[in-house]
Design a protein around this ligand. Sequence first.
Ligand code: SAM
Length: 233
Amino acid sequence: MALVELKQKLHPFELIMGLHGLLRWPAMTRKEMRILKRVFLSFPKNQTINIFEYGMGFSTLYFAKFLQNMGRSFHIDSLDNNRFWYEKVTAMIRNEKLSDSVTLHLREFAPFWEKSGWNWQAPQMHGTFAPSMPEENEYIVLPQTLHKHYNVIFVDARFRRRCLETALQAVDHRGIVILHDAQKKQYQSSTELYRHSRFIDSGKYFPFARKQYQIWLGSPTNTLVEEIAREFA
Ligand SMILES: C[S@@+](CC[C@H](N)C(=O)[O-])C[C@H]1O[C@@H](n2cnc3c(N)ncnc32)[C@H](O)[C@@H]1O
């Protein structure tokens, strides 16, 4: 293995992600896991919780098992653009016999950083990097295409600013939309479309880490967004 590759693998974030993978934990901080559980459990016990997730991973399995263990009725539609993760999560969901409660969707396309001209130092969400292929546009509008009123929509992957626009159309009026990595300025303009809107400092991946994460909660009419933000302040 080249020295650069070895250094990348030994980077604390990569190590922590490796640990999360071994434990089959989502790619999020512990506080973020608690916030998502709090949102899910806020819905009445006798109600089926309909969830849409942009960006599948261990989160899909982790929260499905959590809701099953809590005795809740739920259904998750989870979407990805990457065949490797789609197939990995499909196998995990099948092995855990959760296929009746979780439907996985694939709209396959390359991520922006694989497009020519991408520059990590000067991220550009417009022009060449804006969605243009049919699969990219289908990905963004999928929750609307499925014609459900979701109680929770979790935005954690590609084209987040655009996905937040779709989410507002596809979420139930009492439903809650969650944005991961909400500290990134390029996602934030779409949060202004929501009447109830709160950013929450959601911690770090390890104690001496420099990077502080934020999660955002929004809803058309549910004031629980403000309540949860106060609880987790
Ligand atoms: C931030 S990840 C989404 C992770 C997922 N919501 C979770 O918390 O486990 C964004 C994309 O990276 C890929 N991915 C999923 N889990 C990953 C992981 N543990 N490490 C690296 N990439 C992952 C998927 O293609 C996903 O759409």
